[in-house]
Design a protein around this ligand. Structure first.
Ligand code: ZN
Length: 274
């Protein structure tokens, strides 16, 4: 396993961690000044802006872009809605390319008929493959914790994500492994080992006890119950050598703190608790 201590350039910040309290231009400066190696912006901060100029600012700050967050959900009742989601995702992939993002993060969506939803997700991702190839933007499917199966994602385990990758059979499609979503999975070691070569990103935060809101009460690494060094060792043993990205949704704690303070604590915890 790599030694992160003293190597913040191996780490990335997902901008959701700051709760969107400042414009992206300012967030880029803050993350670069703190010494991180990469950033992962969200569409809400980027769309409607001069995307190429943002990409230039990021590059000139010495930062890389890990992932661009995130896809419009694929499943929908009407074919026309599903087609609109695909077109929307293609537009966002162009922005991902202009930002220099390594991948486009796919939070896939769901519906109350999970089998239909999974079929629609497979069709939707397949429809994005030509765009992914021509833009050089990889597609990273992020399995979400099963608590989100009804409202955010019908792909809930790494094994399911890998099965979908196998069906699509294209090097442009892989997985984004988020410790918050997968820590509970009894098949974790085997699933991560099976994902060798297809891990496009790795997110860290912590699962607090008790968790007050599964969506927006994530913890800082070391404040909860996830064995993050173990999961990182599994991911790195499977060949992953990309950034370790902090992504914390925390409405009542971290989103209320100044970015400089959050950066200081992330750095300390990445060095000692991940
Ligand atoms: Zn994530």
């Amino acid at each position: 396993m790599r030694n992160l201590n003293g190597h913040l350039q191996l780490c990335a910040v997902n901008t959701a961690t700051f709760g969107f309290q400042a414009p992206l231009r300012q967030v880029i400066d803050e993350v670069a000044r703190a010494g991180f190696g990469a950033i992962a912006p969200w569409r809400r901060e980027v769309e409607g802006q001069d995307v190429k100029a943002l990409g230039k600012q990021i590059r000139e700050s010495g930062l890389k872009v890990t992932g661009y967050c995130r896809s419009t959900y694929f499943p929908a009742e009407m074919i026309s809605e599903r087609q609109a989601a695909i077109e929307d995702n293609k537009r966002a992939m162009q922005d991902a390319a202009d930002l220099g993002a390594e991948c486009y993060a796919l939070v896939v969506g769901t519906s109350l008929n999970l089998n239909d939803a999974r079929e629609q997700v497979a069709e939707g991702i397949a429809a994005l493959l030509p765009t992914a190839r021509s833009l050089g933007v990889k597609l990273a499917i992020e399995p979400l914790h099963p608590v989100y199966a009804a409202d955010r994602a019908c792909i809930n385990t790494i094994a399911q994500g890998l099965a979908l990758c196998d069906d699509l059979n294209d090097g442009a499609v892989g997985l984004l492994i988020d410790a918050y979503h997968v820590w509970w999975d009894p098949a974790l070691p085997a699933s991560i080992a099976a994902a060798r070569g297809r891990i496009f990103g790795f997110h860290v935060s912590d699962w607090l006890m008790p968790v007050l809101d599964v969506l927006n009460d994530r913890g800082m690494m070391g404040d909860g119950i996830i064995d993050l060094p173990h999961i990182r060792s599994l991911v790195e043993d499977a060949g992953y050598d990309g950034f370790v990205e902090v992504e914390i949704f925390s409405a009542n704690n971290w989103w209320k703190k100044p970015m400089v303070e959050t950066c200081r604590v992330m750095k300390e915890r990445l060095f000692t608790r991940v």
